[in-house]
Design a protein around this ligand. Structure first.
Ligand SMILES: *Cc1c(COP(=O)(O)O)cnc(C)c1O
Length: 403
């Protein structure tokens, strides 16, 4: 057998084999899988903007006015009026001096970390940061120090041991697979004391937390105190693309040295226009994020009432931790057979032994939909003999790793 076949077999044996699932029709609170409608509990389209009429129309209009592709990278001939308009609006929204779009949130993290970590400094990174942050650290010339998840004492110890001016501390604000929130005020305070810059990835917090959905930074009262805000247009904003909000100087540095920006084509005009329309909707309807949080609270209380243990938290991301990868897969299949689509999340997305169903709500999910989903999940768990643990997720090994 080929080495590739053997590699795939090893993944199958370990319960880590992955495949895609086909959704027909648009994204929404319910979707069609194989022609059958199911409740969607694993989408990041939190505010339902992906198929909102105004967002669709804006994207369609943009395709008619400006075409489908940007034709070149931003620094050659790909910068178009719609990019600049969206960047201005995002900078206002995040209350920063400047903003630059990236092809995706993944590319934004890779670009920022390789550009800010281009020297002989250290990047201090939370153990449960998103894969795009990990890959950014790998591409940076700087060394990476992984601190224990949300552990300010460990971060402070590391900064005292090896911190110096120009270092970078990077964290998700809402952690993507756990739904907990980084101690941003403490991180900003430590950074100030040690002369480090702070990069905060608001991918899951934009549209979900803070006044008007302005994110975890705004909620913590830290506007203007975070050096770099990374965001995505692909989650609450329902479109596709990434962005970085920062000082004019940092944005200039990114335009001049972030290879993920320089060597990749500018965002398609319809994606930018769709995101801009969604941002305008979010600004006009600042209560949508509160509705999302109320929906999340409802799911959490329904789970508790059904005796399903979940780690404590308050965001729209609710992990049901199973442990074993194969058991998580079987649970996901059994739930799907009962009309609930909740994808199993396994290593390397989460640490070994902490495979889970990562439930996410959409603001428009109704109480009866959630009640039904929780009884389907209970029945599925009984059927496959799975129990849940409310233990805090297994912390990834904190290691100092050379770049
Ligand atoms: C999804 C995600 C990204 C990547 O964003 P895309 O726009 O989907 O590439 C980056 N960071 C975090 C924390 C995420 O959850």
């Amino acid at each position: 057998m080929s080495d590739i076949g053997a590699q795939l077999d090893r993944l199958r044996d370990a319960g880590l084999y992955r495949r895609t699932r086909l959704i027909s029709g648009p994204q929404g609170p319910r979707v069609l899988i194989d022609g059958t409608p199911v409740l969607l509990l694993c989408s990041n389209n939190y505010l339902g903007f992906a198929d909102h009429p105004r967002v669709r129309e804006a994207a369609a209009d943009a395709a008619m006015r400006w075409g489908v592709g940007a034709g070149a990278s931003r620094l050659v001939s790909g910068t178009m009026t719609i990019h600049e308009r969206l960047e201005q609006r995002l900078a206002e929204f995040e209350r920063t001096e400047s903003c630059v779009l990236f092809g995706s949130g993944y590319l934004a993290n890779v670009g920022v970390l390789s550009a800010l970590g281009a020297g002989d400094q250290t990047i201090f990174s939370d153990a449960l940061n998103h894969a795009s942050i990990i890959d950014g650290c790998r591409l940076a010339r700087a060394e990476t120090f992984v601190y224990e998840h949300c552990n300010l004492d460990h971060l402070e110890w590391a900064l005292r041991e090896r911190g110096r001016e120009g270092d970078v501390i990077v964290t998700d604000s809402i952690f993507s697979m756990d739904g907990d929130i980084a101690p941003l005020a403490g991180i900003v305070e430590l950074a100030r004391r040690h002369g480090a810059r702070v990069v905060v990835d608001e991918a899951h917090a934009t549209g979900a937390l803070g006044p008007g959905g302005r994110g975890a930074i705004a909620e913590a009262g830290l506007d203007g105190q975070v050096d770099v805000v990374v965001g995505t247009l692909s989650k609450s904003l329902g479109s596709y693309g990434g962005y970085v909000c920062a000082s004019r100087e940092i944005v200039e540095l990114l335009l001049n040295s972030a290879r993920a920006l320089i060597f990749s084509t500018a965002l398609p005009p319809p994606a930018a226009a769709g995101a801009l329309a969604a941002l305008e909707l979010l600004i006009e309807q600042p209560l949508r994020p509160a509705k999302l949080q109320a929906t999340a609270a409802l799911l959490r209380s329904e789970l508790a009432a059904a005796g399903i243990a979940a780690p404590r938290g308050r965001t729209q991301i609710v992990p049901l931790i199973v442990g074993d990868a194969d058991a998580a897969m079987r649970l996901s299949e059994a739930a799907l057979a009962r009309g609930v689509f909740a994808q199993a999340i396994r290593p390397p997305t989460v640490p070994a032994g902490s495979s889970r169903l990562r439930l996410t709500v959409i603001a428009s999910h109704t109480a009866s939909e959630l009640t039904g989903a929780v009884s389907a999940l209970s029945a599925a768990a009984r059927e496959v003999g799975v129990t849940f643990t409310a233990e805090d997720p297994v912390p990834a090994e904190p290691v100092a790793r050379a770049a």
